[in-house]
Design a protein around this ligand. Structure first.
Ligand SMILES: NC(=O)C1=CN([C@@H]2O[C@H](COP(=O)(O)OP(=O)(O)OC[C@H]3O[C@@H](n4cnc5c(N)ncnc54)[C@H](OP(=O)(O)O)[C@@H]3O)[C@@H](O)[C@H]2O)C=CC1
Ligand SMILES: O=C(O)CCC(=O)C(=O)O
Length: 425
């Protein structure tokens, strides 16, 4: 089985399919390198279980809307399926399948005992009231109930969902079980068994990965961040706290730039008040596209897939890209960046801090015990930096990019699990 990288991105291919093609291409490269046979490749390219559900939502004005929801368990050979839940209008089954596949490799890469999953609901959460969102979440959870559970599949936050969404999931599942089941979901509020440090864990991981890849003092290192949501805003904060100068950030509303560095704490307060970075007075407005072309040391894509393509990759001047988002760089862009000597710390490594702390949350829930914030951070840091060191040494030994090395390690571990278990005849 071989998946070609298209040299251009045909406009007619839906974005979700393009994302899945990227994930399959990365798998194919790793499988080739590992010498996996066709049967095993096909098994790894195919999700174990995919569920599509119709979710009715009663609107405040009495109307009934019906939206599509998905939960994909890509692989469960190393443990329960694990991965976030996304509420976004363009989410589809292909996108969720790709994101689930990346979760499989990510969990294997950082050495936590999970397979990979992802969920999605094709809805714009900003267009719903809190009560509508709650009804939607509870109904979606009821529909996917047979798939999830602390020993089966454990959702977590992703784009458009948060601690409140996780609390509703935990409650809906627990009401059905007849007792409180905190371990069914991670990224919950601390009062319901959420771990200290989970809300900022993905971003802290991005900072840790960025500093490790920089390999020099962060003082004065310039950074641009695309996306100012749960991951991007706190990644900007953590990088700024470490001494970097975050000179530009963007969200859907716009992009802001300040050559001398943005005051990230002030910008976060502004965004909580206004809903977006647009109009922030302590910086200049810039276009979304220009942010990618700034002369900065580090670029952190922390929004959605397909942000860095063959179109903008040749114009990127940052020498280091640290992927907070999943799948922000297309395979064609990857080739251009590799040829220009740009280092890309890949998503399955750079944003793994989130799922690592989710794992630590689940472990705390399963043993009905909790760790201090320092203990959680220390364990996360160790797991992430061990994976970072391993990826860097495999990349050096085998003359490959960090993404290729990360996939060789992650895919290799999952393939080993299949072979040892004998699931594959
Ligand atoms: N949350 C987590 O723990 C983890 C998330 N990730 C990945 O990180 C990425 C971001 O997730 P998360 O922060 O949770 O999601 P959020 O929904 O909290 O934030 C997404 C952000 O991206 C912005 N955005 C969307 N499209 C664009 C665009 N075209 N240009 C600029 N900004 C844009 C949104 O802007 P606006 O607010 O204006 O809509 C928002 O600021 C995703 O790829 C996700 O899969 C990876 C690992 C864990
Ligand atoms: O915390 C988790 O379980 C998963 C987070 C996630 O969706 C991701 O890493 O992409």
């Amino acid at each position: 089985m071989s998946i070609m990288v298209p040299s251009t991105t045909p406009a007619l291919i839906p974005p979700g399919r393009q994302t899945l093609d990227s994930a399959l291409h990365q798998l194919d490269q790793a499988a080739e390198h590992l010498g996996l046979d066709d049967g095993l490749r096909t098994m790894l390219a195919t999700p174990r279980r995919s569920l599509t559900v119709s979710v009715p939502v009663r609107r405040e004005d009495g109307r009934l809307d019906v939206v599509q929801g998905f939960r994909v368990q890509h692989n469960v050979s190393r443990g329960p399926a694990k991965g976030g839940l996304r509420f976004h209008p363009t989410t589809d089954l292909d996108e969720v399948t790709a994101l689930a596949m990346w979760m499989t490799w990510k969990c294997a890469l950082v050495g936590i005992p999970y397979g990979g999953a992802k969920g999605g609901v094709a809805v714009d959460p900003t267009g719903l009231t809190t009560r509508e969102l709650e009804r939607l979440t509870r109904r979606y959870v009821s529909e996917i109930m047979p798939l999830i559970g602390p020993e089966k599949d454990i959702p977590a936050p992703d784009v458009g969902t948060d601690e409140q969404t996780m609390a509703w999931i935990m409650d809906t599942y627990s009401v059905s079980a007849g007792y409180a089941v905190p371990g069914v979901v991670t990224g919950k509020p601390a009062t319901l068994g959420g771990s200290l440090g989970r809300s900022g864990a993905t971003s802290l991981g991005v900072q840790i990965a960025a500093l490790a890849a920089l390999g020099r003092s962060p003082e004065g290192v310039t950074v641009a961040v695309q996306g100012f949501g749960k991951v991007g805003a706190l990644a900007a904060q953590h990088l700024s706290d470490a001494g970097c100068k975050v000179v530009a950030v963007s969200d859907v509303t716009g992009a802001v730039h300040a050559r001398g560095g943005l005051d990230i704490a002030r910008l976060r307060a502004y965004v909580s008040e206004t809903g977006g970075v647009r109009g922030f007075h302590h910086g200049d407005a810039m276009s979304h596209d220009d942010l990618f072309e700034l002369d900065v040391d580090v670029l952190v894509p922390a929004a959605l897939e397909g942000a860095i393509t063959e179109v903008n990759a040749p114009r990127i001047r940052a020498r280091l890209i640290v992927e907070g988002a999943n799948g922000p760089t297309t395979p064609a862009a990857d080739e251009i960046l590799a040829a220009s000597g740009t280092t890309v710390v890949p998503d399955i490594l750079a944003n793994a801090g989130g799922v690592i702390v989710s794992y630590l949350e689940w472990v705390q829930n399963m043993q009905a015990y909790s760790w201090s914030a320092g203990e959680v951070e220390g364990k996360m840091r160790d797991l992430l930096l061990n994976a970072f060191t391993e990826v860097r040494s495999v990349a050096a030994e085998r003359a490959m990019t960090l993404r290729q090395a990360a996939h060789v390690i992650g895919v290799g571990r999952v393939a080993d699990a299949h072979q040892m278990r004998g699931l594959y005849p």
